[in-house]
Design a protein around this ligand. Sequence first.
Ligand SMILES: C[S@@+](CC[C@H](N)C(=O)[O-])C[C@H]1O[C@@H](n2cnc3c(N)ncnc32)[C@H](O)[C@@H]1O
Ligand code: SF4
Length: 336
Amino acid sequence: MAVPLRDLLGRSVRDLRISVTDRCNFRCVYCMPKEVYGRDFHFLERRELLTFEEIARVARVFASLGVEKIRLTGGEPLLRRDLERLVEMLAEIPGLDLTLTTNGSLLTRKAQALADAGLGRITVSLDSLDDDVFRSMNDVDFPVERVLAGIEAAAAAGLEPVKVNVVVKRGVNEDGVVDMARYFRGSGQILRFIEYMDVGSTNGWRLDDVVPAAEIVAAVDAEFPLEPVEPAYPGEVANRYRYQDGQGEIGVIASVTQPFCGNCTRVRLSAEGRLYTCLFATGGHDLRAPLRTGASDEEVATEIGRIWNGRDDRYSELRSAATSDLPKVEMSYIGG
Ligand SMILES: C[S@@+](CC[C@H](N)C(=O)[O-])C[C@H]1O[C@@H](n2cnc3c(N)ncnc32)[C@H](O)[C@@H]1O
Ligand code: SF4
């Protein structure tokens, strides 16, 4: 077992997010705006993607360096063919918490196979219960009811509690926040409201579009009184609140108004094998080349150690006019 890694700010690496594809069947306005991700957009070719064997190998090396949690993401991870085979391979790594984030569009078909393959939990993104609002946010006219059916299918397959991610954008879906709370209260599923972030440089982000987490909590609290819950573990990204009447809990992810770089233990692997130590990084580190040119596991671990040990990024804490114009990697490429 290697020595646990520590970066320049003393942070260890615990949480690996793996993007398995940069493609998506949605065009969410805050993530893959149609004007940019149109017919001419050049997505990665199949041969450029890490194979499942390569992904599982990197995952095993990371587990030996202290990673305890792996989240599969994308793009839309369920578009990657036979994803359950990768889940099965990752589920063999002892002691790992294995999760996946999806837009839910293919979940009615896939939930049971994913659970059978050893997936532990799942997060489904759903920004509104209002069909018109949701269709315009995903921008491919996808109906709410099919995502709700996907959430049900995941719960029925035992992937409970399902976390439901809601990105709140000012003037677009903020009016639906309380409806969301009403719908999911008492269902056993956990809502997580996310502040709209300035990831990438294609979504035209403006600070005015962000609905602060405190405002979201206040809106829910006014209708259904809440009380704060202690974090389940250090570095938990969501601030949690429970309904005082015992009907469950919600979380808010305040990455813009209350940045949490100080205890960030996350690292991200892109679908083509580039490693990013920050969601807002301007560049990644190529792991695919060493993997494909015969590096041993030990050499891959040494390279990862070198990258992590040199890490000092804390973009969200430094977010300012000076940093906002830097080129940044896109969320759909690096994985949320
Ligand atoms: C990039 S998606 C990838 C997985 C999958 N396609 C999905 O939508 O769940 C992961 C998460 O990032 C969130 N996300 C994307 N762009 C965002 C932004 N600009 N600000 C905040 N969250 C964002 C999505 O809502 C989703 O919950
Ligand atoms: S948030 Fe997820 S579903 Fe929406 S465009 Fe991005 S990758 Fe696709």
